[in-house]
Structures are given as C-alpha cells and as structure tokens.
Ligand binder design. Structure first.
Ligand code: HMG
Ligand code: MG
Length: 285
C-alpha cells in the first residue's frame, strides 16, 4: 500500500499575512505560479478579510484573478463573513475556508466577535456554499493553546469541529496557532477528537514556533491523519497571535516525510525554486 501524505500549501496566505516587507501583487502571483508547478492539489492563495486588519492581503482579488490556474489544483481563500464570501465568488475561488477559534479571547482578537457570533456569521456562508457545491474547509485556531488563555481543553475543539462538520465542511484543519503543541498535547487532543470524528476528516495545521511541528505531524500520522498544512520556506505567523512563527516549512516537512518513507507527490526542486524566490523578498527573522 502506498504511504501517501498530502501537504496543503498555505504559504501565500498564512505565510504572507504577517509579512512586514511589502510584497507586490506581481511577486505573490509569481510565488503561487511557482507553487503550482510543484505538485500540490490545493494551494491557499489569500484571504478576503478587512484590509484594515490584514493590509498585506488587501490585493486578494488581484492575486486570485492573475495567477495561472491549473485544472488539477484547487485554489482556496479564507472568508470570515458574507463580504469575504462575495469576494471569493467574484474571484472564482475553487474552495473557501471559514475560521473559528477554540477560545473566546482569540476569537475577539482575530475576528472581532465571540465564538457564537462567528458561527452565526458562517451559517449563511456555509448555506450558500452548499447550494453552489463549493467545498468549505473549517479551521479551528488555538487547538491546544491560546496566546491569551493558555491551555485549551479538547472539548472546546470538539464542539466547533462537530458544528462545522454538521454544516458541510469537508475537513477540519486543526490550528496550533502559536506552535505550543507537543506530541503529548497533540495526542490528548487527537485521542478525544478521533473517538467521534474519522481521522480522514481532520488535518493538522501546526506552526513551528518551538520547532516541534514535524514531531507533531508524525504523532498525528499515528492517529490516522494524512493531510497537513505547511508553508513554503516556513513563512509567516498570525498577526493576532504575538510571537507565533510560521507554519511548518513545506520543504522541511516534505524531506522528513520522504525520509520516513511517505510520499507527498511533490517535486523537491520545484519546492526549492519557490522557497528561494520568496526567501529573497521577505524580511529575515
Ligand atoms: P469588523 O471590524 O468586526 O467587521 O471585522 P465589520 O463588519 O464591522 O466591518 C468593518 C470594516 O471592515 C468595514 O469597512 C467593512 O466593510 C470591512 P469600513 O466601513 O470600516 O471601511 N470588512 C471587510 N472588508 C473586506 N473583506 C471583508 C470584510 N468584512 C468587513 N471580508 C473581520 C471583522 C473578520 C472582517 C476582521 O476582524 C478581519 O478582517 N480580521 C482579520 C482576520 C484574519 O485574517 N486573521 C488571520 C487569519 S486566521 C489565522 O491566521 C489562523 C489560521 O491560520 C489557523 C491557525 O493557525 O490557527 C487560519
Ligand atoms: Mg495558521
């Protein structure tokens, strides 16, 4: 049996949303086009969020409509509300992602509303997406720890995951937003989640703040997860989670998985091309 793992590239969105240097729309388009050559089936391109909150992604429409789209690739965008959904439709996104948090404080800091208010905003977005057969991914932030509230109980995550799955999300991406997760805390979370939710409906989205993201991916594989988000060259962080570093590096994760006998279907040279291109443009950390 082939040991297959799918990496979802989130660098152009999660990586660049917090980037202090000005990255032009043209360079973002080039980055996505380079990534499109590397063998991904899903690339998260940008977010339709308030340009006052995330100035770096204010050119979402421009980038989405200028990239060279490949038939085999789903180009995904983040949509926090109706306005974001309308932007995604106008830009002909193949897929959208809604994003909630497991803690009240992070929800307020990130999207300026409570958890329940955020779910109420997602409800009509999910209904419209269902009517269009548009796939929706559900993100949950702070799945094991929150920069404001500390440790997070698995039950807080289960509640939102069940809510999202019941309304048509095809997958839940589990965000270790500040990269505080360890094999122990990720195991406790997945132990609880996989008791009710099939592992194939769960993906890992692990930031690498403490350098443990690859270990956390390997731990998650033992629970049956096969899909993980990663960012080219380990770009990024979240502007509303102080100190959080980028997602696990696509390049490093691909290498670690390959060494462990897993296939990602990605082309190492093309990944290096994309990483070299963007690394020249971002502020060194
Ligand atoms: P708000 O201020 O509460 O919303 O923002 P509002 O409805 O009162 O609108 C205020 C202004 O924003 C208005 O403009 C709206 O038109 C505009 P004004 O009248 O002041 O000129 N607006 C929008 N503009 C463009 N697109 C929109 C939109 N919505 C309203 N969709 C809102 C609420 C959610 C919009 C805001 O808080 C926001 O944009 N937050 C940014 C959220 C974000 O992008 N966070 C980072 C991504 S999440 C993440 O990184 C975590 C993840 O990676 C997983 C993990 O690691 O944990 C996914
Ligand atoms: Mg993230």
């Amino acid at each position: 049996m082939t040991k297959q793992i799918e990496l979802i590239e989130v660098g152009p969105r999660d990586g660049l949303q917090n980037e202090p240097s000005l990255i032009t729309s043209e360079d973002k388009v080039t980055l996505v086009n380079l990534l499109s050559e590397a063998g991904f089936s899903t690339i998260e391109v940008t977010s339709f969020v308030s340009p006052k909150w995330v100035p770096q992604l204010a050119d979402a429409h421009q980038v989405m409509t200028q990239i060279n789209r490949k038939e085999a690739i789903r180009y995904i965008v983040l949509t926090p509300n109706q306005r974001g959904y309308d932007g995604a439709i106008a830009a002909d996104a193949d897929e959208i992602a809604i994003f909630a948090a497991a803690t009240e404080t992070f929800s307020q800091k990130n999207i300026n509303c409570s958890i329940e208010e955020s779910l109420a905003r997602f409800e009509p977005v999910l209904a419209q997406a269902r009517a269009r057969n548009l796939p929706v991914r559900g993100y949950i932030s702070c799945v094991v720890g929150c920069p404001y509230e500390g440790d997070v109980a698995p039950e807080a995550v289960t509640y939102i995951a069940d809510w999202m799955l019941a309304r048509g999300c095809y997958e839940i991406s589990l965000g270790d937003t500040i990269g505080c997760g360890t094999p122990q805390t990720i195991s406790a979370l997945l132990d609880r989640l996989t008791a009710d939710i099939p592992a194939k409906l769960l993906a890992g989205h692990y930031h690498d703040t403490n350098g443990r993201a690859i270990e956390n991916v390997m731990t998650s594989i033992n629970f049956g997860l096969r899909r993980f988000d990663s960012a080219i060259a380990g770009l990024g962080g979240c502007p509303f989670a102080p100190g959080a570093k980028g997602n696990v590096s696509t390049n490093a994760l691909h290498d670690a998985l390959s060494e462990a006998g897993w296939h990602t279907g990605l082309d190492t040279d093309r990944l290096s091309d994309a990483a070299e291109f963007i690394s020249r443009l971002v502020t060194p950390r």
